[in-house]
Design a protein around this ligand. Sequence first.
Ligand code: ADP
Length: 184
Amino acid sequence: MQVISRIKVIRGDITELPVDAIVNAANSTLLGGGGVDGAIHRAGGPAILEECRKIIARQGGCKTGEAVITTAGRLPAKFVIHTVGPIWNGGNTLEKENLANCYKNSLKIAVEHRCTTISFPNISTGIYRFPKDLAAKISISTVVSFLEKSTLPDKVLFVCFDPENFQLLQSELGDIETSNNPLA
Ligand code: ADP
């Protein structure tokens, strides 16, 4: 089966979707913040923060590009995978590599927990100011490369909160589809 058909770009609120794993664009303290992080903790309830605190006690937070997993609390999901996106600082401080690592490491942890469905927000494109067009290219290409080598997760959703990210990701996915189709 074509890898592209396992990826879907949609508009919406990531806290509302029933998937095995919801990815959170967290910060390195794992203590919650604004944006999608705040929305996930609000909707999921205190059980998520409780597990984050245990992780902090064990390993002292989460580094940029890495990911950790907790319960999803009251969310309609089994797990929340918290990953720490890079703060955009001009592009010469490993921001691109770190953003790719966020997607790779989140997918890796999802596979370790046998997740068949996973949803991603547009990591780093909010408060962390990563350019949306570049983030769209990196996120789609990283997920495509991962799925080419792994049968899990079966479905990857990109849940875009803002219309600009939705357009950018859709067109990125469309470009890959076209380049894979010699008759297009
Ligand atoms: P970061 O600090 O990594 O930039 P933000 O939470 O500020 O994280 O933004 C990341 C992306 O998440 C942004 O594109 C923002 O529009 C989006 N976002 C915010 N709330 C939600 C939500 N409830 N569901 C999905 N995406 C969301």
